[in-house]
Design a protein around this ligand. Sequence first.
Ligand SMILES: [Zn+2]
Length: 287
Amino acid sequence: MKTKKYSRAPSDAQDRISVKPTICYPIDSLKETNLPILHRVRKNLENISEIIIPPRDAKTFEVKKGQFFRIESIEGPQVGDLNIFQAINLEEKFFSGKTRALYGTHLSTGDKMLSCFPYLRSLATITWDTLDWYGYDKDGGSVHDVIGTRCDPYTSKLLSDNDYHYCCHSNLTRALVNEKGIKIDEAEKLVHDVLNVFMCTGFTNDTKQYFMKSSPVRPGDYLEFFAETDLLGVLSTCPGGDCGSEHSSDNVKCYPLKVSIWSASQDLLKDLTSSKISSYSRNHGLG
Ligand SMILES: [Zn+2]
């Protein structure tokens, strides 16, 4: 945190501080043309399956390329922590950091869930967000962040010396072990920084610390995605519930979440630009 200042400011400090910011990764060059097509297609989706994730737990789900999936609040305000992988190659997984660098701290309609290096392509596009009306609040907070990584037992142990087993990190690990038959060490390495679905977060103005406030999500709200490759998803119902007070404990009321899978007319999807794995040579200057 930049709250302690031991060094003396140079005489031109104000000049240096007042330079204008430049967007690091302008996305204008991406020429997004898929969203209008996806918005036409989503008017005629067919529900083909759904699963309910109980409170303080996680479950896996599979989505085929060309299908949509929704994460929906059903009984009360609840935050969900989402991991997604390419279904056949679990090494290709969601890259929260680069997604944040391109699309900002909080995602919504039209933003893409990018995969890690060396793939760096869109695994899924967000096609609808019933909470997009929230925008950014007066504290700079918003919904669906890619800044908070996930609640986990290691940070809980570090800060409060608790052994708590139902953090999102553990829930995601447990689902991969129990449902996909992956060994615990391997599963834990596959779990990655999440999309915090429905969570309302930001950075404080003074110290830029990560904050959370009660999620505005209510039953019936959903976040919808279009799968750009075959996907394995894992969703945890955060033990923080609506994440308005605390997490990493059994103290707050938690609710289930629903994941539903929807098929679309493949004929209507034929004009989409498909998501391709990065064409970078991977030479890295090595000749
Ligand atoms: Zn959590």
